[in-house]
Design a binder for this molecule. Structure first.
Ligand code: ASP
Length: 323
């Protein structure tokens, strides 16, 4: 199903002095409408988003680094089975969970990413290890799993990631024979962007990908420049949506480049690229934070799980019509 562009742009933009910390998170974009959410699921998702904001905010409030804050927030969402990352990841066509994640430090533009990891409890931390190790930027499959063990990261049995609801979704997906990028069958991704009180930005994204993915398919989430990018000279971005389109547009880097080279604001750059995404037929959204304190989101789906925190407080939202 192709959606009309319901929300060309929804970005709350708050200009603030450079040294006020900010955290923005997402838990995926898609056909997220009031009529499709039960009250209990609505409450669980909001509680999960709040926990993630709390974890990241605790780091930033204590004067910690944006990089630590995005990892902390994403780890909470990875452990929460309501979101498609870590525990609760969607299933591949073969009935397995293959996890993708990336992280980037805007201070140095160091980055780390993994695709098709199967054993690391928190894939975002594996991406960070890849970054800190520094020999490579992007590891995949067995190699990523081996590196994870060698680095002593917490391992999990495949059963940890698998939930009955995701298995049901795979069965429904197969029975209905719909497209992999059908927005009705996309169940999110998680991500965080942060600005710390030293003015540095960072971004992280983690996902199980898309239901029924085949042949070692890799989406945008672990692709630096597509699903994740951070550059202190521009902004930090984490994306969610139909990964194939985000890769083709280089969404996260494109937003940063527009700010840095063309001088667009965070809001202008995010809205312009999400608009272009929609024109190609892609659905999804981004979260963004810039060193000047501008922060928010832009998406073209009916809803996006999202939240924002600063010293002034925290808010979470699900539907397109919430601020
Ligand atoms: N972007 C993710 C992927 O394509 C999926 C999502 O965000 O819903 O793997």
């Amino acid at each position: 199903m192709r959606l009309p562009i319901i929300l060309g742009a929804l970005l709350m933009s708050t200009a603030a002095p450079a040294r006020d910390w900010k955290l923005v998170i997402h838990g995926g974009a898609g056909v997220i409408e009031r009529g499709r959410m039960t009250p209990s699921r609505d409450a669980e998702v909001r509680a999960g988003l709040r926990c993630a904001l709390d974890a990241g905010s605790a780091v930033l409030r204590g004067g910690g680094a944006a990089l630590d804050a995005v990892e902390a927030a994403v780890k909470v969402l990875e452990d929460d089975p309501n979101f498609n990352a870590g525990r609760g990841a969607v299933f591949t066509d073969e009935g397995t969970n293959e996890l993708d994640a990336s992280i980037m430090d805007g201070r140095t533009r160091a980055a780390g990413a993994v695709a098709g990891a199967t054993r690391t409890r928190n894939p975002v931390s594996l991406a960070r290890k890849v970054m800190e190790d520094g020999r490579h930027v992007f590891l995949s499959g067995d190699g990523a799993d081996r590196f994870s063990r060698e680095q002593g990261l917490a391992q999990a049995d495949p059963a940890w990631f698998a939930t009955p609801e995701r298995r049901r979704q795979l069965e429904e997906f197969k029975a209905k024979k719909v497209s992999h990028l059908d927005v009705e069958y996309k169940y999110g991704t998680v991500g965080a962007v942060a600005l710390d009180d030293e003015g540095h930005v960072a971004a992280a994204t983690s996902t199980g990908g898309i239901t029924g993915k085949k042949w070692g398919r890799i989406g945008d989430s672990p692709v630096v420049g597509a699903g994740t990018y951070a550059d202190d000279r521009a902004c930090a971005v984490s994306a969610t949506g139909a990964g194939e389109y985000f890769i083709r547009l280089g969404v996260a880097h494109e937003i940063c480049a527009r700010m840095r080279l063309v001088g667009e604001s965070a809001e202008q750059a995010a809205d312009a690229v999400v608009d272009e995404l929609g024109k190609l037929g892609g659905t999804g959204g981004v979260i963004i934070v810039a060193p000047d304190g501008s922060a928010g989101w832009s998406f073209n789906t009916p809803g996006m799980y999202r939240g924002e925190a600063s010293a002034a407080g925290a808010t979470v939202a699900i539907y397109g019509d919430e601020d």
